[in-house]
Design a protein around this ligand. Structure first.
Ligand SMILES: Nc1ncnc2c1ncn2[C@@H]1O[C@H](COP(=O)(O)OP(=O)(O)OP(=O)(O)O)[C@@H](O)[C@H]1O
Ligand SMILES: [Mg+2]
Length: 359
């Protein structure tokens, strides 16, 4: 297993149409400890796949460097890198049977004798799922099955690093969940330093030890899900992490307290001048409908989440809109005016102009 260090990596591409340059990565630094799974989350085009390819050595960075256990990737022979990659489409050789594909690398290294044992081991961990797939060709496999074989193939090698680029993005929700559980089991059984790119927060939480949030080629914040959820460094991370999204309220500082249109009076950093524009953030799960609250709201929509035992209620008043969670059996009528309250301990403050967290 290997510790991966990314140091101040930047990478741009030339746009072939108008010859302008697109910055895909801007001064990205990152460390993935040996055996850890790092999830990378971020909007489309923010540089996730580019970062993965730079770490794999497929793209050379314009500046900065990538280290595998303190050795610059540039100095490591291709065959010694020991990278397994699993992409959205899977990567199988069309006319091969899946079992043959999985054992390809062991054969290549003249270690054919180990193949049956390794296959048995991997099949056992994934359950019956994999075993019956191994004598089929890619054309006879569904998207999800192809991904499983792709992962098994990656694991059958002597790996230092496993890279995943949205491997389950094409699967439907139920299949995605199963594939995720299987992968989790595999990574527990064969711990490999892994980097996992996904759009799906739930997937990142389920599989990774830590999560990196990217925006426009830049690393915004890296931490456990809990850290990102309760201690986001800026508005981008605060609204990107958590579902439903954090509520935001515009307001300003007035003699050491924050005041907005519908909410206000919460103490804020004393050094902020009266009049400073500050955005207050509070998650729907930290707000409640109550018999007597701080403010009123008119009910716009009510969405039940049966498994989580709550309703998500959207309210509006005085040009502001926000969401609140309330127990499933709480009667809420569309269009009615209700009372609403929030937990002041969970309030976060952000500088409105820069988005930086200030309390
Ligand atoms: N080979 C390339 N040539 C030119 N531009 C590229 C190339 N690869 C990526 N880019 C550009 O670099 C930026 C980052 O792309 P990248 O594929 O890394 O994003 P991503 O986060 O993986 O997006 P998605 O979530 O849609 O897969 C984008 O603006 C993209 O258009
Ligand atoms: Mg991508």
């Amino acid at each position: 297993m290997t510790t991966i260090t990314v140091e101040h990596v930047s990478k741009s591409f030339e746009n072939e149409i108008n010859r302008s340059r697109v910055t895909a990565l801007r001064d990205v630094s990152l460390k993935v400890q040996s055996g850890d799974v790092l999830g990378i989350l971020g909007p489309s085009g923010c540089g996730k796949s580019t970062l993965l390819r730079v770490i794999a050595g497929i793209f050379a960075p314009d500046s900065g460097r990538v280290l595998y256990d303190d050795v610059d990737l540039k100095g490591i022979d291709l065959r010694e890198r020991g990278i397994g990659m699993v992409f959205q489409e899977g990567a199988l050789i069309p006319h091969w049977e899946a079992g043959e594909s999985v054992s390809f690398f062991l054969r290549l290294r003249k270690r054919e004798a180990e193949v049956p044992e390794k296959l048995k081991q991997i099949a056992k961990i994934t359950g019956i799922g994999l075993e019956k797939l191994l004598d089929r060709r890619p054309g006879q496999l569904s998207g999800g099955e192809r991904q499983r074989v792709g992962i098994a193939r990656a694991l059958s090698r002597d790996l230092r690093l496993l890279l995943f680029d949205e491997p389950f993005a094409n699967l439907d929700a139920k299949y995605r969940h199963e594939a995720r559980v299987e992968l989790k089991r595999l990574l527990n059984a064969f711990p490999v330093t892994s980097i996992y790119v996904t759009h799906d927060q739930t997937e990142a939480i389920a599989l990774s030890h830590r999560i990196a949030i990217m925006r426009e080629g830049h690393m915004e914040q890296v931490g456990t899900y809990q850290q990102l959820y309760s201690n986001p460094h800026n508005l981008f991370v605060a609204t990107f992490i958590g579902s439903p999204q954090m509520n935001l309220f515009h307001g300003h500082v007035e003699d050491g307290v924050w005041r907005g249109e519908n909410f206000g009076g919460y103490p804020i950093r004393r050094d902020l001048a009266t009049g400073t524009r500050v955005t207050m953030g509070i998650r729907p799960e930290h707000m409640r409908l109550v018999p007597e609250g701080e403010t009123l709201g008119v009910v716009d929509s009510v969405v039940p989440f049966y498994a989580e035992h709550h309703l998500l209620v959207t309210l509006h008043l005085a040009g502001e809109q926000w969401s609140v969670m309330t127990p499933l059996n709480h009667p809420v009528e569309l269009g009615s005016t209700v009372q609403c309250s929030l937990n002041p301990d969970e309030v976060l403050f952000f500088d409105t102009a820069s988005g930086v967290r200030i309390g």
